[in-house]
Design a protein around this ligand. Structure first.
Ligand SMILES: [Zn+2]
Length: 146
């Protein structure tokens, strides 16, 4: 498993050669407002550099624990409206997510996760980027949550 850090941000379609001679293409994951990470890996289950396909179900979550191998526990918090009382309640879920090798996360980080096929018994989400990798998220976020 190799991770190569890049000086400048790659564009979708760029091909990077790893030290072992393997060529890795940065894929277009279909989200123009999420930029590719500043590193390249040869993880087959990476949405950017492997063959893992993502579904267009996105969440912005906070990393809670990073103890598993290539996986993390994240917390998703949202508000749910209760009509009878005309008020909101806070809800939260812990989600286990896969972390590809090119993205480094630590507890407290805000990351964007996307739904994917079930990768193990409890994991069917993958980290596609950090909050700071986003461009023009605000405008897009409104349409995503609507
Ligand atoms: Zn990768």
């Amino acid at each position: 498993m190799t991770v190569v850090k890049l000086q400048s941000r790659p564009r979708a379609g760029d091909v990077v050669t790893l030290p072992n001679g393997k060529k890795v293409e940065v894929r277009d994951i279909g989200l123009p407002y999420v930029q590719p990470p500043l590193a390249v890996c040869d993880d087959p289950l990476c949405p950017w550099h492997g063959h893992l396909k993502i579904r267009l179900k996105l969440l912005e979550v906070t990393v809670e624990k990073v103890r598993m191998h290539k996986a993390a526990v994240v917390t998703h918090e949202w508000v749910h409206y209760i009509r009878k009382y005309n008020r909101y309640e806070r809800r939260r879920r812990r989600i286990k997510v896969r972390v590809p090798e090119c993205i480094e996360v630590k507890p407290g980080d805000k990351v964007i996760i996307a739904e994917t096929r079930p990768l193990s018994k409890t994991i069917s989400w993958v980290v596609i980027g950090k909050r700071e990798d986003l461009i023009a998220w605000k405008a897009k976020h409104e349409t995503l949550t609507a």
